[in-house]
Design a protein. Structure first.
Length: 215
């Protein structure tokens, strides 16, 4: 696995911590900030300022600890095969956390922020980045569509990840456009669809590919 502390990830972490500190300074103490939004796009869950601002940091910490632990216990061949994909995931999720942290601070200081739109835009970009990385991955046990059909057949892995990567790029572009045009109640369903459809089609394609290979 690639080193956790690359220059771009260090920059994202520094920015994330800086925005967190800015939130503690700018958002009045005792403010309740939204941390969950319903299907309607309206906030329906709130936490005190400190905890709401901590959530993106905790998310990043959890992701980094998980990938660090995998890198320590996985087989060297697995680590090498998943290096590129894991690096992209870590960087992209850290960037996503930064966007969510900044949006939360803006809400705390009184700015009007459509968090569903922000999340859809961020996930759209994330899908495009992951879609571009997926065809470059190799069979491994911790990054990608890890199915018996893909793990047991490198050709199946490559074909499945090429298709799924392309679908993720298309879904990401569709989601970005939808985020700019659609109201939150409708956008929520587009968000779910754009995230789930590439995965479902990718899994179905891999299983179909495996059946064709057996006949």
């Amino acid at each position: 696995m690639s080193p956790l502390f690359t220059p771009i990830r260090i920059a994202l972490l520094v920015a994330l911590v800086a925005v967190f500190i800015a939130g503690l300074v700018l958002v009045p103490a005792g403010t309740m900030l939204p941390v969950h939004w319903g299907i309607s796009g309206e906030a329906d869950g709130f936490l005190p300022r400190e905890w709401a601002l901590l959530i993106p940091l905790l998310m990043v910490a959890m992701v980094w600890v998980i990938f660090y632990g995998i890198g320590r216990v996985a087989k060297p061949s697995d680590v090498a095969a998943g290096r590129h994909s894991a690096g992209v995931v870590i960087t992209a999720l850290t960037g996503l956390a930064l966007v969510l942290e900044a949006a939360t601070v803006l809400i705390g200081i009184g700015a009007t922020v459509n968090m569903v739109q922000v999340l859809a835009l961020a996930l759209g970009v994330l899908l495009v980045i992951l879609g571009n990385a997926m065809p470059k991955s190799q069979p491994n046990s911790f990054a990608g569509l890890r199915l018996p059909s893909t793990l047991n057949d490198p050709a199946n892995w490559q074909a499945t990840h090429r298709l799924t990567g392309l679908l993720c790029i298309i879904a990401g572009i569709v989601l970005i456009v939808a985020a700019l045009l659609l109201p939150a109640p409708t956008l929520v369903w587009w968000l779910l669809g754009c995230v789930l459809v590439p995965i479902v089609i990718g899994v179905a394609y891999s299983l179909s590919y495996a059946r064709r290979q057996r006949t």
